[in-house]
Ligand binder design. Structure first.
Ligand code: ATP
Length: 457
């Protein structure tokens, strides 16, 4: 990672190279929404594929679901979201900007005060005592703290006045809890087993606009492990290791990651921690790992009136399993991986190049095919068409070879293949490695396997 990395550099690269555009761009944008462009969607899809591979495909006791975004509203009463999923907000009366009171305190105290252990009254008293000013306009003129609901509401029903409120889910986890018995029965799963899901979540967040870090619509990758109560702490420790290994295997450097154990736990939680990543905005949560006890299943059992007890086929014991949750945002992880991969390298001759050292498995394109001259395009397209059957390949015949390499470096393409006049004679090509910039000559017939070998996760 470039040591002078700023979020602006990442945002600019993303916009100019087609990773991510501002949401509703031609209308002047729509705050805290972003659209993934042609290379961004490939990158995020590959990240989701890597996560699914690790936590479903290679985990014999884990099963996937894809639950509905709109759920029976009672789900959110059972989960506790309708009652308490809210942020403490204050408005600056002068510039009308809205802030989270806990963020104001955290920033003012430079992290020495932990506001999530404070009540609203205590936070308000702290802000008054220290005359904490508005970060935008510098005034000290606040509204009192108000609880700001984080769930987006919509309604169902067509007759005016007879609409029922429904919510856009603020997390995917509930879709896994409510399907606990469906999955257990149909997969004939034995505890401990996991249910995984990747999907969109929505939160009405007020944010300082740190690009993909916090948005109002985002994708979560969540895995709930259902286990025997007396094994849950050991499973929690194991999931901490698994989450760390996934983060480093996919490309984040261990020195940019750290565990952050929660001092203050939700009343039902037995243990909780985050893995934090060193973003250009500082250390911030990348994912959460939580030992949730039997809170979720017991609440759904109570609110649905359906027994969610698990019958142990060996001991005939009936019990509510405990849940160990691992939850990570796909967009937040994409941002972390872009930050980690970004580099500005000095080249011989005084030039610099921007390069994304992405893990080849997640790189948007695995290879770019480049004819040295347009007259070689027929042969180059033949090579391209053959490789595109196996993985994402790009084709580029515009500009000098040097410029074409730079473009591919900036989007993290691990290999570039040049077709030249010798290719027509001997069916060999030059293949260039993104990271070392070394080139070698190989036969076209070996190309597919050469690349496939390098893009394993
Ligand atoms: P934070 O403290 O950052 O608000 P959280 O503790 O509310 O996060 P969880 O509810 O545990 O987060 O969500 C799990 C993961 O989902 C987070 O670790 C993060 O990667 C991702 N996530 C949560 N909220 C957002 C958001 N608004 N935008 C993007 N990703 C998010």
């Amino acid at each position: 990672m470039d040591t002078k990395l700023t979020m602006d550099k990442i945002v600019n690269l993303c916009k100019s190279r087609g990773f991510v555009f501002p949401g509703s761009d031609i209308y002047g944008g729509f705050a805290n929404t972003w659209d993934f462009g042609p290379v961004g969607v490939e990158l995020k899809n590959n990240i989701k594929k890597a996560w699914w591979k690790r936590f479903v495909q290679e985990s014999p006791n884990s099963y996937g679901v894809d639950a509905a975004i709109l759920m029976n509203p009672t789900v959110w009463d059972a989960s506790g979201h309708t009652k308490s999923f809210a942020d403490p907000k204050m408005d600056c009366k002068v510039c009308k900007q809205r802030f989270r009171a806990d963020n104001l305190i955290e920033d003012y105290s430079k992290g020495t005060v932990v506001p999530d252990q404070m009540t609203n009254e205590e936070m308000q008293a702290y802000i008054a005592e220290h005359k904490v000013k508005c970060p935008k306009c510098g005034s000290y003129d606040w509204t009192p703290i108000r609880q700001f609901k984080l769930m987006f509401e919509t309604s169902r029903g067509t007759v005016e006045g007879e609409k029922d409120v429904v919510y856009l889910r603020p997390e995917t986890a509930q879709g896994e809890y409510v399907n606990f018995l469906n999955v257990q029965r149909t997969a004939r799963a034995k505890v401990p087993f996991g249910i995984a899901q990747i999907g969109k979540s929505f939160r009405n967040e007020i944010t300082p606009g740190n690009f993909l870090f916090r948005t109002i619509e985002f994708e979560q990758m969540e895995h709930q492990l259902f286990c025997k109560p007396d094994q849950a702490l050991a499973e929690y420790a194991e999931y901490k290791d698994k989450a760390w290994k996934f983060a480093t295997d996919i490309g984040l450097k261990p020195e940019h990651l750290r565990f952050h154990d929660h001092d203050k736990l939700a009343h039902y939680a037995r243990a909780a921690c985050d893995i934090q990543y060193l973003f250009p905005i500082g250390w911030q949560e990348l994912n959460g790992i939580h030992h949730r006890g039997d809170y979720d299943l017991s609440r759904h059992q109570e609110y649905s009136g359906k027994s969610l007890l698990y019958l142990d086929p060996i001991t005939n014991e009936k019990y509510l399993p405990n849940v160990v949750e691992y939850s990570i945002g796909a967009d937040r992880l994409t941002l972390a991986l872009l930050c980690e991969a970004y580099d500005e390298e000095a080249l011989e001759g005084g030039d610099t190049r921007v390069v994304l050292h992405l893990n080849p498995y997640i790189a948007p394109y695995k290879v770019a095919i480049m004819p040295l001259q347009k007259s070689l395009s027929e042969k180059a397209k033949e090579v391209y068409n053959n490789l595109a059957k196996y993985f994402m390949a790009d084709y580029d015949e515009a500009g000098s070879i040097g410029k074409r390499y730079r473009r591919q470096d900036e989007i993290g393409t691990p290999y570039c293949v040049t077709i030249d006049f010798d290719t027509l004679e001997d069916n060999t090509v030059t293949i260039r490695d993104r990271d070392t910039m070394k080139q070698e000559r190989i036969a076209i017939s070996e190309l597919k396997d050469y690349i496939l070998d390098k893009i394993v996760f």
